[in-house]
Design a protein around this ligand. Structure first.
Ligand SMILES: [Cu+2]
Length: 739
């Protein structure tokens, strides 16, 4: 193992010789100067000036960042081969994972349970709150193994193309070269998968019934003799976070905890396991804190992006059986779409209620060098940098970008590129999740007479090829009825022409496939495209979206709905103003808490020295609790909260024209101010601010103040940017709850 391997032996941020990862990143940046640099595009300075986002000081920062981006950060990406027959593969609809019977798990060598030493394979930890303490029965037990497997994104033939959209040569594992114009099938990509699939399993959960998942690491085994390529946690360790459940720190999968307790490392290594206990209990037992759609994903320090991109994503819808409010049965409670089937093993599936996990990928073209801007010292051994890898042609390509982030040019839903779903003529509930590393989407429902045309055939080149297809004659034909955001059911349903989906965010909508928005009935065989209208050429931010400089030509179909037969539908569309779930109370004197808020500013390291991201000017240290910037009361307080307290936290965007999806673990928050304005009523730019969320959509130059609780558990947690490249490069801080 390379002496500079980051955390290669489970250490945190430092290696045996004392050279830290951050130091390597800095050295690597210098070493990467000659690497695959391409001209930076205009970085939007005038745009932000127009929007009034630049202060006199900010203008200088913007210029210097632009200069830095040109010199250091912008790297070449491969262009993925063109998928020739999009919308022929069917959308994968996940089935609920079956639990492990008690007769089986009670015979495990180290069975799960509430005792001392029963929380992980190290025998050094214990569940902080077992189910009995909150009056719940013993948890339902699941087992999920982390497995090295392969995955296919499409069964379609592909045409290898270059950045100009022109046919180009391609390669294979055996060293053969194929001339330009040769159509190929893609090789499978190597993944790290929960139970070996991408996306991983779906657990259908219910409030009142706790779940314990044993996550067991088998990534050391390679039964299919797969090439692991050059990304994914180099020591094959993992850390699973159920985003954003109300969970004790030992089960939360956060590196602030794991660095100090449990594995005392960045993650759980091969051969180890951890029992994550998900109580399915709302904060303080308050029904108003109930949520509806979680996902679980890797959170291994420094390699979260590469592990998630390599496949470590799972789904976790959570239903509320209380008064049958939202239990997956459209004849009861709110009567949201869903027809539930209970299985004898205790699990259940809900028809017409479908999760949609979006992820963008880039496939190797065999001619793009793998050297990373910070891989000047061989951090990623398998890359053998500076080098190209024709043998990996057509497989997932990744770089550990410390800068903008990573955006793909192929869009997938539930693991399939450009899938099709045949829907019945009735209402559906869709649970949208952005499982991408950096990409933000904005979705619309569109009709197109001509159908999709490849962007290459339309003459687009470079970044304009992202998404591969367009519907040039696309017209919005339906609306969404949004019923939930990250924090579960909204107080009231919202009609939306489009909505943004930022990394890690969830948005749930009802779509009525019986009629178009003008009232015309649909007919069998009609086609509706779920269309991405946000252009995002890198992880900085979008260049075009409905909120700022829309590009009417950027209409990228992502999922094709084909209208089928009529089917019974006993669900009911929420009426305007109908209460879905009441918001938890916001104290009327919340403004009086402003002076004592905690303040966290996310910013770039300096161009000349660091290439990473910082919070309050410092790097993430898993061993320590961060310190707030001085607040209006003049205090720079530690990020430490008493159990069962509430506070206002400000997340401030340090500038440079970036957006940051900023995520706070453990409880939902409510946004109360954006850039000094009270937004507790309604903010047209962020209509679902009027809900509970776990992720702050931080626009350029914005400061956002959130109100949230710190209830029920004690110990270390984190908050971080969910642009995973930013997170992996220090845009994270530790905080804690004290007794
Ligand atoms: Cu960020």
């Amino acid at each position: 193992m390379n002496a500079f391997m980051p955390d290669g032996h489970g250490n945190l941020g430092s290696t045996a010789n004392g050279v830290g990862r951050r130091t390597i990143l800095r050295l690597g940046a210098a070493g990467g100067l000659g690497v695959a640099l391409v001209a930076a595009r205009g970085v939007g300075g005038p745009l932000f000036a127009q929007k009034g986002l630049l202060t006199p000081d900010g203008a200088f920062a913007q210029t210097s960042m632009a200069l830095g981006d040109t010199l250091f950060y912008k790297e070449a990406y491969p262009t993925s081969p063109l998928i020739l027959s999009p919308f022929t593969d069917l959308l994968t609809i996940p089935k609920a994972l079956a639990p492990v019977p008690k007769s089986t798990f009670s015979t495990w060598e180290q069975p799960p349970g509430p005792g001392v030493g029963q929380q992980n394979s190290f025998g050094n930890d214990q569940h902080q709150i077992w189910t009995g303490k909150i009056g719940y029965p013993d948890p339902i037990v699941y087992k999920i193994d982390l497995l090295l497997r392969s995955h296919s994104f499409t069964t379609s033939k592909v045409l290898p193309i270059d950045a100009n959209g022109q046919p180009t040569t391609s390669f294979d594992t055996f060293g053969a070269t194929y001339s330009a114009g040769t159509q190929r099938y893609l090789p499978d990509s190597t993944i790290y998968g929960f139970n070996g699939t991408f996306p991983g399993p779906m657990i259908n959960a219910e409030y009142g019934k706790s779940v314990l998942v044993r996550f067991e690491n088998h990534l050391q085994d390679n039964p299919m003799d797969l090439d692991r390529q050059d990304f994914g946690s180099p020591d094959w360790s993992f850390l699973t976070h159920l985003h954003n459940a109300h969970t004790a720190p030992e089960s939360d999968g956060n590196p602030h905890y794991s660095g100090r307790y449990g594995p005392k490392a960045s993650g759980y290594g091969p051969g180890t396991f951890v029992d994550n206990l998900y109580l399915n209990w709302p904060a303080a037992g308050d029904d108003r804190e109930k949520q509806s759609f979680f996902w679980f994903h890797d959170h291994r320090m420094n390699h979260t992006g590469s592990n998630v991109y390599k496949g470590l994503v799972g789904l976790y819808p959570i239903y509320d059986p209380k008064k049958s409010l939202d239990m997956g049965d459209e004849t009861k409670g709110l009567r949201l779409p869903g027809v539930r089937t209970n299985h004898t093993d205790g699990s259940f599936d809900v028809a017409y209620d479908i999760p949609l996990a979006f992820a963008d990928f880039r496939l190797d073209d065999g001619v793009t060098i793998h050297e990373d801007v910070h891989d000047g010292m061989g951090e990623f051994l398998a890359a053998g940098n500076p080098k190209t890898h024709p043998k990996w042609w057509g497989k997932t390509f990744y770089k550990h970008f410390p800068n903008h982030g990573f955006v793909g040019d192929i869009f997938t839903v539930n693991g399939t590129a450009y899938p099709t779903l045949e829907v019945k003529r009735r209402k559906y509930r869709f649970r949208f999740l952005d499982a991408s590393v950096s990409r933000i989407y904005e979705f619309k429902l569109m009709a197109s007479t001509q159908g999709p045309k490849s962007s290459a055939s339309l003459g687009y080149i470079g970044d304009e090829l992202e998404g591969q297809y367009r519907i040039p004659d696309g017209q919005q034909c339906m609306q969404f009825t949004q019923i939930a955001s990250d924090g579960g059911l909204l107080p009231f349903a919202l009609k939306r022409d489009s909505f943004e989906l930022w990394p890690a965010k969830r948005r749930e909508v009802i779509i009525d496939f019986t009629r178009y928005q003008d009232g015309t009935p649909t007919t069998k065989g009609d086609v509706v495209y779920l269309t991405n209208v946000m252009k995002m050429p890198d992880g900085r931010m979008w260049t075009n979206s409905s909120r700022s400089t829309p590009d009417p030509a950027y209409l990228v179909p992502v999922l094709k709905f084909v209208i089928g037969d009529t089917a019974p539908d006993r669900s009911v569309m929420p009426k305007p103003g109908q209460l879905l779930r009441a918001l938890p109370p916001l104290p009327s004197n919340w403004q009086s808490m402003l002076d004592n808020r905690l303040v966290f500013e996310v910013n770039r390291g300096s161009v000349s020295a660091d290439v990473e991201w910082l919070i309050n000017g410092v790097e993430f240290d898993p061993q320590t609790v961060a310190t707030s910037l001085p607040n209006p009361a003049g205090k720079a307080l530690p990020a430490s909260q008493k159990k069962n307290s509430f506070n206002l936290w400000e997340i401030r965007n340090g500038g440079g024209g970036w957006v940051h999806p900023f995520h706070l673990h453990m409880e939902e928050h409510r946004t109360v101010m954006r850039s000094g304005k009270d937004v507790t009523k309604l903010n047209p730019s962020h209509p679902d601010d009027a809900s509970r969320e776990d992720l702050v959509a931080l626009d350029p130059g914005e400061s956002v103040i959130v109100y949230r609780g710190f209830r029920d558990f004690t110990g270390p947690y984190v908050a971080h940017c969910h642009n995973l490249n930013h997170e992996d490069h220090s845009m994270m801080f530790g905080w804690e709850i004290t007794p």
